[in-house]
Design a protein around this ligand. Structure first.
Ligand code: ADP
Length: 523
């Protein structure tokens, strides 16, 4: 893994730069989006304010288009005002500048009387037209005047001229501010919702006062309203969020996605590097394995051949020499057999062809026999293997596989004991478990290596171990076989003090066939 560490800055640096650029881009996008949303809202409210103005102005123009003939007939006027309703109107009126007085009609076009402030506002508003009624005909006249001096009674007036262009009267409409406000709010809401395709809008109409924000209230975007509603504005807002809030939340969502994608990318790259490093390590271990195994096979085979030749040719005749060579040949053959067994077993395990034949095994006796068979040839080399076991414990086990586990552990204990060849094997049990501990006082295993040594081909490559030959398969097989027996392997080791490998197997509490079935499924 360490040899790939240089890749980390190489990958993380561009990734960081990319994320930084993305952040800057999203920030500017946030501002642009908020500005664009605000502009869209502003354009929409401006257009709506104009539309409303146009709507009121043309409705008023139609209602106030009165001929001099109509002026003489209250009934005709009533019919006309009924036909040409103006939204938000309180009173229509017509004032002929002759002996007849003011004719007023309610918003539904029925004759009525005016009084108080309204009457005063009408008098004040009509006065100007009454004053100009004596001017020379043909002088260009303003088609319409607005009198909003009293905002409680805003009035729109139109002069009525005869065929010669003389002003013979005036007609007007008095607006009801509350009704007009409600009407404009409703109309503008419908227009804006369809214009912006947003159902969460709300509108407000009125003077400055109406737009002074209550605490915590969202602000309205306003556009001034003209016509008779001097000083009023049309305001709109999104009840859910302001354009800035919407842009801000989009920014956060985008950043979250970017972060998540960056994280997934980094994790994926990390995993790819990890897996590449693993593959590299595995292939390195495989090639080490091949060279180790070749060496393990070649050296004893050539010695066996040489000693065999010596004996065949009768070059050694002394009985001690013959026994010594014989012992050597026996010892090396045993090691070769074990090596070949391990390789064969490993290949079966790898291709999932390893079959176990479980049977009831009395563990103490079994271990004693295995240790005896293993230790016999070593005794003369000064290696002492002691086995302490008293009781008898039944376990369900494949005798060959369990035997091989013990041999592998004992063989390691011998190989990695250095000069202190004291090896002991203890069998013990609890109510549920039987334990076989193989203890040596050899070189021990560093804590950081203790997990790895159970991996296939793995060999500790530092210190004394480097000189000891091996295939790196022994403990991988032990681990697999013990697992197939529903057991586990425990290791306690200290560098320089020795190691204890303990096989823990379930005691035969349930009937053997079921355990066998369970173990087979596991295998
Ligand atoms: P090998 O053929 O190399 O012995 P193993 O799988 O049996 O392969 O062991 C893997 C590694 O674990 C060995 O290379 C060795 O470093 C370490 N090891 C195993 N048993 C012992 C032990 N009893 N004492 C110290 N180190 C051990």
């Amino acid at each position: 893994m360490r040899r790939f560490l240089w890749l980390v800055p190489v990958i993380l640096l561009p990734l960081g730069v990319l994320l930084g650029m993305q952040y800057t881009f999203l920030r500017s996008l946030e501002q642009t989006t908020a500005q664009a949303a605000r502009n869209t809202l502003r354009n929409a409210v401006d257009e709506t304010a104009h539309d409303i103005e146009r709507h009121f102005s043309s409705a008023t123009d139609r209602a106030l288009a009165i001929s001099p003939e109509m002026l003489r007939s209250p009934r005709a006027l009533g019919d006309h005002f009924r036909a040409e309703a103006v939204p938000g109107a309180r009173t229509f009126f017509a004032l002929p500048f002759n002996e007849c007085g003011l004719l007023s009609f309610n918003s539904a076009g029925w004759e009525t009387t005016t009084s108080g402030g309204e009457a005063r506002a009408i008098t004040a508003a009509t006065m100007t037209w009454s004053a100009v009624s004596h001017t020379t005909p043909g002088v260009p006249l303003r088609p319409r005047t607005i009198d909003a001096r009293d905002m409680a009674y805003p009035i729109v007036l139109r002069p009525i001229t005869d065929a010669s262009g003389r002003i013979v009267g005036t007609a007007g409409v008095v607006f009801d501010p509350e009704q007009a406000r409600a009407t404009i709010e409703k109309m503008s809401l419908t227009m804006l919702r369809s214009r912006l395709n947003d159902d969460y809008l709300s509108t407000r109409v009125g003077n400055e006062e109406r737009f002074r924000n209550a605490r915590g209230e969202r602000g309205f975007l306003t556009s001034p309203l003209g016509f008779a509603f001097n000083g009023w504005s049309l305001g709109v807002r999104d009840n859910c969020a302001t354009p800035e809030e919407i842009a801000g939340s989009n920014f956060r969502i985008n950043m979250l996605w970017t972060g998540a994608v960056g994280f997934v990318l980094a994790v994926a790259i990390g995993l790819a590097i990890h897996s590449a490093a693993r593959q590299l390590r595995l292939s390195q271990m495989k090639s080490d394995f091949v060279s180790n195994v070749s060496h393990e096979l070649r050296t004893p085979l050539s010695s066996i051949r040489v000693f065999g030749e010596y004996m065949r040719l009768g070059r050694v005749s002394a009985p001690e020499k013959i026994r010594e060579y014989g012992q050597y040949i026996e010892g090396e053959s045993r090691r070769l057999t074990q090596l070949i067994n391990n390789i064969l077993d490993f290949s079966k395990i790898e291709s999932a062809e390893k079959n176990y034949h479980f049977a009831e095994v009395e563990l103490c006796q079994f271990v004693r026999d295995a240790v005896h068979a293993f230790a016999m040839p070593l005794r003369e080399g000064g290696i002492e293997v002691a086995c302490t076991s008293n009781d008898s414990f039944l376990v369900s086990a494949d005798r060959d596989a369990l035997g091989q586990v013990l041999v592998n552990l004992l063989d390691n204990a011998v190989k990695y004991s250095g000069d202190r060849l004291e090896i002991s094997v203890r069998v013990s049990a609890t109510a549920q478990e039987a334990r076989v501990a193989v203890e040596d006082h050899g070189i021990g295993i560093a804590p950081q290596e203790q997990k790895k040594i159970f991996e296939k081909f793995y060999r500790v490559s530092s210190g004394l171990v480097h000189d000891v030959k091996g295939s790196g398969l022994g403990l991988a097989i032990v681990h697999h076989v013990v697992g197939a027996h529903c057991g586990r392997i425990e290791l306690s080791s200290a560098q320089g003090a020795g190691s204890t490998f303990t096989i823990v197997l379930p005691r035969l509490a349930m009937p053997a066939p079921e355990l066998v079935k369970f173990a087979k499924e596991f295998a």
